[in-house]
Design a protein around this ligand. Structure first.
Ligand code: PEP
Ligand code: MN
Length: 369
């Protein structure tokens, strides 16, 4: 068991990756569920987690809201027949209780639930003492602390078979995606909670089958710990998310065409070449840090001059020139304008902070953005 910033994850369980969730958006009928389960089983066997939404959180009423508890025995039947683990979404304490009674192995908390600490806490209370795995989807909007908070609440209830699902974020403009993937946030979560498995929900990110392979490849290249891909025996007839589901055969083709790369290899030549290149990178990073520190010393010196001469810290003209100069130089060196802008924004932010503490030593302790 490892404890990272308050999260206790069952390491033996977490090492069982990949955590792949395949199955329809919703459980619609016993036949649809069984046909889909059989279709995937024929293509892939039973080493995956079968997913099907039983209670569907729909944005507007009058669309299919799931078959409800009636669908839980259908799930249990395919579990018994095909031998895979089964999973569904829970949004309140009753859902959890029904799932535990019907031997659902893996529960996930949906994006619309993760946003509500009250709802997550209610689910956490209902999970106390249960031996299930729980995956928490990111909240609808890009708020990392809400995602972390939900994971912490579930973990505090004693659930150590715990993972996260990156399903993308709702943005004003998410094109070409349905929900914009923010890989940086998922990586930040991984860095904070070392052993936490993070699954990529390629279907809800993509919103259409054509984008799924690209999203899957990207998540594999980032060494994510599994995939969620909505799979339906007849996608065009699906009662929810018909536009993004694929058939079991399409799922098989997709999985055989993506490139699975290892996070490392035993090839000795590769290992020593990597070591050589990484040593060079480390040496460059050291030099770059020395130079940044020297830059900051000059910034402080300028701060003192400004203070003596009662000149303001920020001069927009000077900053514009620094940015123009660096962007042009960066361009000649093959560095993108976007990268130069974010690099120099960080440098500039720190320079202002440093001059501010030179000029106002008493305000030093105030945290500002
Ligand atoms: C789902 O997985 O079926 C679902 C509703 O997902 P999300 O919570 O990501 O919208
Ligand atoms: Mn769906």
């Amino acid at each position: 068991m490892s404890e990272q910033q308050g999260l206790k994850i069952d390491e033996a369980w977490a090492s069982n990756k990949p955590f792949n969730f395949f199955g329809p958006c919703s459980a619609e009928s016993p036949d649809q569920l069984r046909d889909t389960a059989k279709g995937i089983w024929e293509q892939l066997g039973s080493a995956f987690i079968f997913r099907a939404g039983v209670w569907k959180p729909r944005t507007r009423p009058n669309s299919f809201e799931g078959a409800g508890i009636a669908a839980l025995p259908w799930l249990k039947e395919v579990k018994d027949e095909f031998g895979f683990k089964i999973s569904t979404e829970v949004a309140n304490a009753q859902h959890v209780e029904h799932c535990l009674k019907n031997e659902v192995d893996v529960l996930w908390i949906g994006a619309r639930t993760t946003v509500s600490p009250f709802a997550v806490q209610e689910i956490a209370e209902a999970l106390k003492g249960a031996n299930v795995s729980v995956f928490v989807k990111n909240p609808i909007h890009a708020d990392l602390s809400l995602w972390m908070g939900a994971l912490e609440r579930i973990n505090k209830a004693g659930i150590t078979k715990l993972g996260a699902i990156h399903r993308g974020f709702h943005m004003l403009d998410s094109a070409p995606y349905r929900n914009l993937p923010i890989w940086k946030l998922a990586m930040e979560l991984k860095q904070t909670f070392d052993n936490l498995p993070i699954v990529c929900d390629a279907s809800h990110i993509s919103g259409k089958p054509t984008l799924i392979p690209h999203v899957v490849q990207k998540s594999l290249d980032l060494n994510m710990d599994g995939l969620m891909i909505e799979t339906h025996c007849q996608p065009q007839l699906a009662l929810s998310d018909a536009k993004q589901q694929i058939t079991p055969k399409e799922l098989f083709d997709l999985l055989t065409h993506v490139e699975v790369r290892q996070s490392t290899t035993n090839n000795q030549e590769f290992v020593s070449k990597m070591e050589e290149l990484r040593t060079m990178i480390d040496a460059i990073d050291d030099k770059a840090l020395d130079l940044v520190a020297r830059r900051m010393n000059l910034v402080q010196e300028i701060g003192n001059y400004k203070k003596d001469n009662k000149v303001t810290i920020f001069q927009v003209e000077r900053w514009r020139k620094v940015l123009e100069r660096s962007t042009a130089k960066g361009h000649d060196l093959g560095l993108s304008q976007e990268f130069i802008k974010s690099l120099f924004d960080a440098v500039h932010h720190e320079s202002i902070r440093q001059q501010n503490s030179v000029m106002n030593p008493d305000l030093k302790r105030h945290k500002e953005v």
